[in-house]
Write a protein that binds this ligand. Structure first.
Ligand code: GAP
Length: 460
């Protein structure tokens, strides 16, 4: 993990937020390479789940919603984590995380199959007391208490008259509250889904897992609505699980052996869910949730009907049947996908470090170098090729600094799949060398064939 964090900083993927002021807990900014990778992930998700399907539409809703939304959704009452406080330093920690760490060091002290997720807060208190679990600083800790994750903010300018709002804790609620608008304004028919990508905020208590769990996060969520009388929810859930798996393995190219589905236990499930699975990835710090899928039933639409007084029922245009649709929800964090891609792609080959990213994910597809940076005719030929590739929509980088080895090294570290070098021979026979990132092998290709070659390889 340290190597990935260091690469991220060194090559402009991720920086600590507000670093010049000492940083801000669990908050990160994305640099030039990181911004490109994020965009590629978002675009692939949107293309796969919205544009390439006939049963999906996308929307884009606000971060600030009417505060009743969060009362109706149950987040004000139930969106909590169990938290303890170090009695000396007053630092806060997730009780379940401290217990997990302790069990990691004392695996013999629990029965096989023991799961922290199954403990109620009161049972966590007993476990901590019985095993005298301390804070990471070695101090006594308080009893665990439920801590609400919703981020409060205030609307209005006059002190004393400001009203409390919440930064959204999930993008899902903007979808539920617009269900009727989408029905009335587009030609959707059940079963269909609404997806959106956007920022959510959670007052997370975290313990240094880089961008895995942050205060501000980007979610890509789908609410897939269906009639439970005509669509079997278990089958639908299995279909969505297959689609999630295919996206991660085929589209993102992630190693299957580092992925698994895990069903939530009854005690672990969110208040709105009848069944939940996590698609877990084996991160450098262990198996953790990448993507969740939940059967939310008609819970949310019913709650919003109750609190708004508006009908959110669906009327079948053929049978005239009026009912509240049920929902399957696949929900993933773009930043977690980002971390998974870096963790899965990180390679060391002797002194060489490279990111084995799928070409469609790499911040740059191609880098163009003039072999000799001070030979005008070589540089201008290289510039010509660089501009031509860019014009043809290929993400191309230019580098004429330092020796060629260093330039390859820099491109390897940001995962650029191909480097094109222009030399004296290029001026004579209109060919260039194309170097492959993963094997470091080179071949000569005709300049006129370059664009078609990269377009074809991008589809691999
Ligand atoms: N609407 C359902 C929902 O929000 P969730 O499991 O809490 O469910 C969905 O979140 C996904 O969002 C997770 O699978 C994870 O990828 C991502 N996520 C959740 N909290 C996060 C955080 N604090 N930092 C980064 N990603 C997070």
């Amino acid at each position: 993990m340290d190597k990935i964090v260091s690469l991220c900083k060194r090559r402009g993927f991720v920086y600590p937020t507000s670093e010049i002021y000492g940083g801000l807990a669990s908050s990160y900014d994305y640099g030039p390479m990181g911004a490109e990778l994020l965009r590629n992930i978002r675009n692939l998700w949107w293309e796969t789940f919205i544009n390439n399907r006939d049963d999906m539409v996308g929307i884009d809703t606000q971060i600030l919603l009417h505060p009743t939304t969060w009362i109706a959704s149950g987040h004000v009452a139930s969106f909590t984590d169990p938290v303890v406080e170090d009695k000396k330093t007053h630092k806060r920690y997730r009780a379940d995380h401290l217990i997990e760490e302790w069990i990691g060091k004392h695996p013999e002290s629990v029965e096989p199959g023991f799961k922290v997720e199954n403990l109620l807060v009161i049972e966590m208190a007993t476990f901590i007391a019985k095993n005298k679990i301390k804070s990471p600083e070695g101090n006594e800790i308080t009893e665990p208490k439920k801590f609400n994750l919703l981020f409060e903010t205030k609307m209005g300018v006059v002190e004393g008259e400001k009203s409390i709002l919440y930064l959204r804790g999930e993008t899902a609620q903007g979808i539920f509250t617009n269900f009727k608008n989408v029905l009335d304004s587009s030609r959707v028919k059940l079963p269909f889904g609404i997806g959106q990508i956007g920022k959510s905020f959670r007052n997370e208590i975290t313990s240094g897992q880089f961008i895995f769990r942050t205060l501000e996060l980007e979610q890509a969520e789908i609410e897939y609505f269906f009639d439970p009388d005509t669509t079997e929810w278990k089958n639908l859930m299995n279909k969505w699980k297959d689609d999630m798996w295919k996206f991660v393995t085929d589209t993102l190219g992630i190693d299957k052996s580092k992925l698994r589905f895990r069903q939530h236990t009854d005690k672990e499930r969110s208040h709105y869910s009848r069944d939940t699975y996590d698609l877990d990835f084996e991160f450098p710090f262990g198996w953790k949730e990448l993507w969740g899928i939940a059967y939310r039933t008609d819970y949310d639409l019913k709650q919003h009907m109750k609190h708004s007084g508006m009908s959110l029922e669906y009327v079948d245009s053929v049978s005239g049947k009026k009912f509240i649709p049920h929902v399957i929800e696949p929900a993933v964090g773009i930043n977690r996908i980002f971390l998974m891609i870096l963790a899965d792609g990180y390679r060391e080959d002797g002194n060489r470090i490279y990111l084995a990213l799928k070409p469609s994910l790499a911040p740059y597809t191609v880098a163009v170098f003039p072999l000799i940076a001070n030979k005008e005719n070589v540089v201008s030929k290289a510039r010509e090729i660089y501009h031509k590739l860019k014009k043809q929509g290929i993400k191309t980088n230019w580098d004429a600094r330092g020796n060629i080895g260093k330039r390859y090294f820099a491109q390897d570290e940001v995962g650029t799949p191909w480097c094109v070098t222009i030399d004296y021979q290029s001026l004579e026979d209109e060919t260039v060398t194309v170097r492959e990132r993963d094997t470091a092998t080179q071949q000569r290709i005709k300049i006129s064939n370059l664009s078609a070659y990269f377009q074809k390889r991008l589809k691999e």
